[in-house]
Design a protein around this ligand. Structure first.
Ligand code: C5P
Length: 300
């Protein structure tokens, strides 16, 4: 086999409950991940060295050197296998870069799956999960897909039952936000207000809404503890979120650490209408529709 292409979805967080800051610089979380139908594609081709090229949506903002998480994933997999393999990776991006939709993590997960296949390693998903957790907190979920609750720093996953398909509208912003900066701002704001930091737990009504496939109920349960920090760092997001509420979204929140905003619709038609209204309101660089949950990385 000379070349393997893997398609991998973006995620939105349905509940992101941020607990105390740990000694290792991470926060204990409850993170309800939901994979949605915005896909990057990663093609791995046999090569003597290691290289990466990025094409598509905001490709110029993604590093094409050792800073690229997909290259780091390929290197970590080769190390795990105890051999020096080569690969040339081409990433075709549709997931917004630094947008709070785990695009970099998705590319890393896709690279693990593609190289495992290309190099004929046949490693089980448990091994890939271990490598994934070392690469970043969101990479294990990017390998899993569907809908799942993550604990620890987000890497310990339990898949969730979902009783239907949910329709989403995403408002993309100009430029990204650094995840580390948003967490640091969250800590700063909590300290300034003296907010009590409670141990995070998954919200039962949210899990029940997911099981029933009930968009209205899910919409009213969406919650993101990072949202105030993301809005503080990017004030224009307040207007984007408000526009979604005014236009009848059944749920509105910042996706992960932002700046992408996510709006839940009642149906596919409703999502299309909502997307048109948000485009007309001029509150985002671009507006796209998607549905979830979708499966994790798939070889195409
Ligand atoms: O795990 P990852 O490298 O993607 O995380 C990026 C940054 O996000 C971390 O350096 C940390 O500042 C923050 N983070 C956190 N708590 C988590 C996950 C991420 O503070 N559970």
């Amino acid at each position: 086999m000379n070349s393997v292409t893997v398609r991998v979805p973006a995620k939105v967080n349905l509940q992101l409950a941020v607990g105390p800051l740990r000694d290792d610089g991470y926060h204990d979380l409850v993170n309800v991940f939901h994979a949605v139908s915005i896909f990057d594609e990663v093609t791995a081709t046999a090569e003597t060295g290691m290289s990466v090229r990025v094409e598509g949506e905001s490709a110029d903002q993604v590093p094409e050197d050792a800073g690229n998480l997909a290259i780091q994933a390929a290197l970590a997999l080769a190390r795990h296998a105890g051999r020096s393999y080569g690969v040339s990776l081409v990433i075709r991006k549709a997931i917004p870069v630094a947008g709070g939709m785990a695009g970099g993590s998705a590319d890393a997960a896709a690279a693990l799956v593609a190289c495992n296949e290309l190099w004929g390693l046949g490693l089980p998903v448990e091994d890939l999960m271990e490598i994934a957790a070392d690469l970043g907190s969101d990479v294990p979920f990017a390998l899993l897909g569907g809908t799942a609750v993550g604990t620890g720093r987000g890497e310990r996953l339990t898949p969730l039952e979902v009783g239907g398909r949910f329709h989403w509208v995403f408002a993309l912003a100009d430029g990204g936000l650094s995840t580390a900066r948003v967490y640091a701002e969250c800590d700063r704001m909590r300290e300034a207000t003296g907010e009590e930091i409670v141990w995070p737990r998954a919200a039962d009504p949210l899990l029940a809404a997911l099981r029933r496939g009930d968009a209205k109920a899910l919409g009213s349960e969406l919650a993101n503890d990072l949202q105030p920090a993301a809005v503080m760092l990017r004030r224009s997001l307040a207007r984007t979120l408000e526009a979604g509420r005014e236009q009848g979204a059944v749920g509105t929140l910042v996706s992960g650490s932002g700046p992408t905003c996510a709006f839940l619709a009642e149906s596919e038609t409703h999502a299309d209408e909502l997307a048109l209204s948000l485009k007309a309101a001029g509150v985002a660089r671009d507006v796209i529709t998607a549905y979830g949950p979708v499966p994790g990385p798939t070889v195409v």
